[in-house]
Design a protein around this ligand. Sequence first.
Ligand code: FAD
Length: 818
Amino acid sequence: MKTHARVVVIGGGVVGVSTLYHLALKGWADVVLLERAELTAGSTWHAAGLLPLFNMSYTVGQLHKYSVDLYKRLPAETGQDVSFHVTGNLRLATNRDRMDEYQKYCGTANTIGVPFQVISPREVRELWPLAELGDGIDTTKIVGALYHPDDGHIAPADLTMALRKGARTRGAEIYEQTEVTAVKRTASGEWHLTTNKGDIVAEHVVCATGNYARQTGRLFGINVPSIPVEHQYIVYDESPELKAYRQNGGRELAVLRESDESYYLREERMGWILGPYEAGAPARFADGVPEWFGKNLFEGDLERLLPHIEAAQRRVPSLANCGIKDIVNGPIAYTPDGTPLVGPAWGVRNLWLNEGHSFGITAAGGSGWQLAEWIVEGEPGIDMMATDPRRYGPYTSKRYVVQKNEETYRNVFVIHYPDEERADARPAKTSPIYDKLKGMGAVFGQRYGWERANWFAPAGVEAKDQWSFRRSNYFEHVGNEAKHLRRHVGVIDLTPFTKHEVTGPGAEAWLDSLVANKVPTKIGRIALCHALTRRGGIRSEFTITKIADNHYYAVSAGAAERYDADYLQQMLPAEGVTLRNITNSRGVFVVAGPRARDVLAKLTDTPLDNGAFPWLTGQVTEVGLAVDVYLLRVNFVGALGWELHFPIEYAHHLFDAIFAAGKEWGIAMAGMRAMESLRLEKSYRMWGSDLSPDYTPYEAGLDRFVRLTKGDFIGKPALEKQLKDGVPHRFITFEVHDVGDADPLGNEPLFDSRGNLIGRATAGYYGHALGKSLGLGYVTPEFAAVGTELSILVLGERRRATVLVDSPYDPENKELRA
Ligand SMILES: Cc1cc2nc3c(=O)[nH]c(=O)nc-3n(C[C@H](O)[C@H](O)[C@H](O)COP(=O)(O)OP(=O)(O)OC[C@H]3O[C@@H](n4cnc5c(N)ncnc54)[C@H](O)[C@@H]3O)c2cc1C
């Protein structure tokens, strides 16, 4: 075995081999893969080989599309057949919400170029003559379906072998029966891996160990939030009806998915494979894969499968005539959100994860492609935030991951409502005033482990969401919260914000080298600053306040805690700067609205008038009994207001004091959904949806937050080049007309008057104070002028839209500067 390689990939399943292939494809030939048994020995050998293109995520959708395209060309490139049956894929719908889900997905599919058709029950009959359309009495009636003509199923082992061949032809090496058992860092910062076949030193390591992800992570000192769950499919004997259909010239039937009954069905040698996602499937190996497991399977559990077998027999009656040949029950890697972990690990350099794949056959091509790009180029080619392992934080305890993974597994086929908030492993992380908010009718959601109040049910209204793709039971109440804040005063609990303290003589210069804006030089000034990728895309957004000389306070999105902390830590110079993550030691309340000054004036002696406390400034002061409060005159709702960032032990006191002071103006809470409505009215871009590495600050219309003259910063050359070459997209705010009950929500395609695709929405909702259905998004520059007429596809309906002025509510910012 080699003793040194540029990259060592651990794990020879389809994902590891694809990573190796793509590294070699990018010209890195000094790459090695180590597999403890033989290739495909993990989950890959027993996978059913389905390649569903369907995925609600813009990122994962792109990965799946890449895979399917790659797998079609691999046989010609490598000479290895992969048994790709392009049968098409049919997803049935038996109710309107399911059709809404498909239509919402179609928006995403449009923007990433995945071919699909929404078809009628009659067309289902033509494509799938062995299925019952349903009479509504014994079998639920089909109301329509989503058809992907391009996907199908593949032989996972053959696919792995084709990727292996492609990698080895380009110089990559593979060692089987070679298990990594220990890891250390060399003095020069490389990885020293011990295996049963000798040692190897590598600059980079990729973990692609499937069900072993947690124990591999432990070798490197990290807690990888992936634990497998049992997953089963049934292999049936020959079906006489299917055989007759095929012998009469019928083509191989599309993979059939009856989402509302949570199963898929595909042909297998004139018989069937039926794969349910059933309730009660347990997580396995939470403490590691036992030595004896090897290439084993679990005992089949027919009991759990029965409801799905019965449902499938109602839809495809001839299934009842087939005997069951086998039940395959294997471990399938899961993560709490069901999306894999593809990207850098945290807290250590040059360690990469390609773990947690539950659709690993489908995702292997795309995840290998982007991970190789990331390792070789230093950053991925597309926005990979959805798969970035740093989207999770230290809160992913074993029990949390077990509970969430079991929940995610049994919910694979549920309708993926945009406002869905799942119940398991909650509440986990709460703001100190959680119980108070609950008492006020809060309906919570969870993000990054934190409970956040989405809206508040008034007295007499059930504090519960009715999830929907359309305006739902909370619409009116969210509207009241937003309007109350615009007219009087409201409070928002934003305690989950990520907060960093940056101190030391080098603090200013260091921050300036990371962000595009000039960081404040005067004590008390606040600046909105964006850290960019080298390609000029937006990687993070920080609100930076200069607290004192050599002391900065940087606030960023709550869900970005590990993502930002890891980046800042990696970029930290050897001396002159001290970085502290103080997220959990400060709480945050926003007090905003025309009466915000009156409320706070009762609680602090600090003058709050415009002269003493102008917009975009902050002061360290006392509020009520609380000391050391960072009072910042900024907010994300575009109203007169302050954010109070206070030592967390004052949360109860401040909350009570603010509500007592605001009583005469009817002070009220506003939740996350009201904030969404309010920020859209101000065209405030949200990190993670409107702001991403896919777009530069110029494309995002954030030119005023870029200072090309200030000296070097990461991404500056790319911005200069873009200015010279032309900015390819422009950010717009638009109104959607004749909406009915479905506002845009993001990821809808935008068209010009002739029906050409010209861009995509990144967010949308109803602006309650403006009384307009609003969207944010990107279009090619010629369509960005105010007044331009566009159209948008919302749940399958083409709607007229008009480009509005940026910040359509109070465009001159009179209210927030009042
Ligand atoms: C019943 C079932 C059906 C499925 N059907 C589908 C499907 O139809 N479509 C789909 O897309 N997905 C399907 N999947 C999921 C799919 O099988 C997995 O997502 C995929 O195989 C994961 O590949 P991987 O390379 O990440 O992991 P694995 O295939 O598990 O490979 C990991 C490898 O790492 C090796 N390894 C671990 N630790 C070490 C170490 N320390 N040193 C060296 N080597 C190590 C292991 O031996 C193993 O070979 C199915 C899964 C199951 C259980």
